[in-house]
Design a protein around this ligand. Structure first.
Ligand code: SF4
Ligand code: SF4
Length: 132
């Protein structure tokens, strides 16, 4: 019988996805200014916006942690921040990237993707063109 993979086996294979970004929760956009601010974030390289299955909105910056070694392992393991300790610590299923369901309900990587999604939902996000 094949040996069940441990979280550590999965982490070795995964390439340390969770060490390659930071994300912070933002208010759910409700008006044109909010939509426009999200468009502005998305006009920047390596910035994403995602919505969780629970409908929480997050800004994501794709940037590797400086403590991530070329080997894909944490070079600060003993003093890694709490958020790192808690992520995936208990069981394989604790890592959202290993579950069967996507951790994202929706994820946008460009302003265009976001605009098309708003259009599809018939959300009016466009500012009136200023004169001159
Ligand atoms: S905790 Fe999850 S995302 Fe992070 S390295 Fe392990 S398998 Fe990959
Ligand atoms: S401190 Fe270590 S575990 Fe935490 S994000 Fe950086 S490399 Fe990953």
């Amino acid at each position: 019988m094949a040996k069940k993979k441990t979280l550590s086996d999965h982490c070795t294979e995964c390439g340390a996805r969770c060490c390659r970004y930071v994300a912070t929760e933002v208010d759910k956009p409700t008006n044109k200014r909010d939509f426009d601010n999200l468009r502005w974030y998305l006009l920047h390289e390596n910035v994403h916006v995602f919505i969780t299955p629970e409908n929480d909105w997050y800004l994501e910056f794709e940037t590797p942690c400086s403590a991530l070694g070329d080997c894909g392992k944490c070079l600060n393991y003993m003093t890694r921040p709490r958020i790192c300790r808690e992520h995936g610590e208990e069981a394989v299923t604790e890592c959202e990237f290993l579950g069967e369901k996507s951790p994202y309900k929706q994820r946008f990587s460009t302003a265009g993707e976001f605009e098309r999604w708003l259009d599809k939902k018939k959300i009016d996000w466009r500012w009136k063109r200023l004169k001159g």
